[in-house]
Design a protein around this ligand. Structure first.
Ligand SMILES: NC(=O)c1ccc[n+]([C@@H]2O[C@H](COP(=O)([O-])OP(=O)(O)OC[C@H]3O[C@@H](n4cnc5c(N)ncnc54)[C@H](O)[C@@H]3O)[C@@H](O)[C@H]2O)c1
Length: 271
């Protein structure tokens, strides 16, 4: 059987590194991407005897770096799957960088890589359950509905009260918009017999995740309100992502899969 190749982004830590480990165990060759080289390079050094593993240290918000990446990866042959975990959370950075990384760069990365994916390939990107928690806001959502718009930040800055200067809101609306982006883009992906899906994790016990929810005052209460009454672990997101890019998920596209222990349903907000 010929080996399959998967791109995993965010591969130097958190869910991305777990994804690389699990994909390796399934026999994939790997193309790893992260802003920080160290975690993925170490993983590659330790595992190159098992599979072909190539690492690309780049900032996904750099158009030039992403275009060069998309050109370079043609040398690795057919690419069967993409799992894009790159993302930043509300306490990490500015509201602009959150919108840029979690929405704009994610959409651009997916589009840059799509032509390089083999027929019947699938891509998964990571949204968030917080995208289900924010109230509908027509003005914000209309602007974020076109992540490629050159004047997107100008438009956001014109909003009365500049609501997205709150990084928590910026994160939630960016992730909500990513969910809708996936739904809208699925037709173009489908026209090439490719699939695109998002996953919305709940509270997942990665280092980055812990920093976010442990900072919140009602942490214990939040956990208690989850039907499964616990945090999720990275494996639970990764196993879902690996299923979604597999042939077993061949009729799943253009939708979002909540992997949150029932948290959103418990809040009465499931859609
Ligand atoms: N952990 C949670 O509870 C949780 C919940 C919901 C959604 N998510 C989402 O899941 C994804 C993974 O989360 P995680 O907890 O593993 O986070 P993480 O911070 O551990 O991993 C994200 C990775 O992305 C990389 N990265 C960040 N900015 C980059 C850039 N500009 N260019 C290239 N690489 C960049 C980081 O270096 C890091 O290795 C993110 O999209 C996050 O928003 C996480």
């Amino acid at each position: 059987m010929t080996k399959k190749t998967m791109i995993v982004t965010g591969a130097s830590g958190g869910m991305g590194l777990v994804c690389a480990q699990e994909a390796l165990a399934l026999g994939y060759d790997l193309i790893l991407v992260d802003l920080h080289a160290q975690g993925m390079e170490q993983f590659a050094q330790e595992n190159r005897h098992q599979a072909e593993i190539n690492c690309y240290a780049l900032d996904v918000t750099s158009n030039q770096a992403v275009v060069e990446f998309a050109e370079n990866i043609t040398q690795h042959g057919a690419i069967d799957a993409l799992i894009h975990t790159v993302g930043v959370s509300p306490n990490m950075t500015s509201w602009q960088r959150i919108i840029d990384i979690d929405l704009i760069a994610t959409a651009k990365f997916l589009e840059a890589v799509r032509p390089r994916l083999a027929k019947h390939a699938a891509a998964v990107c990571i949204s968030s359950s917080s995208g289900y928690m924010v109230p509908e806001n027509e003005a914000i959502e209309a602007i974020l509905a076109d992540p490629m718009a050159e004047d997107l930040f100008y438009q956001l800055e014109q909003l009365p009260g500049k609501p997205l200067e709150n990084t928590g809101l910026a994160y939630s609306y960016a992730k909500k918009a990513l969910r809708f982006y996936v739904a809208n883009a699925a037709k173009a992906w489908g026209s090439e017999t490719k699939r695109l899906v998002s996953i919305s994790p709940g509270l997942i016990n990665t280092d980055a995740g812990k920093k976010e929810f442990e900072a919140s005052e009602n942490f214990e209460q939040m956990i208690a309100s989850i039907p499964l009454a616990r945090l999720g672990v990275p494996d639970e997101i990764v196993h879902t992502a690996l299923f979604l890019v597999s042939e077993k998920a061949s009729y799943i596209s253009g939708c979002d899969i909540l992997v949150d222990g029932g948290m959103i349903a418990g809040m009465g907000k499931a859609v």
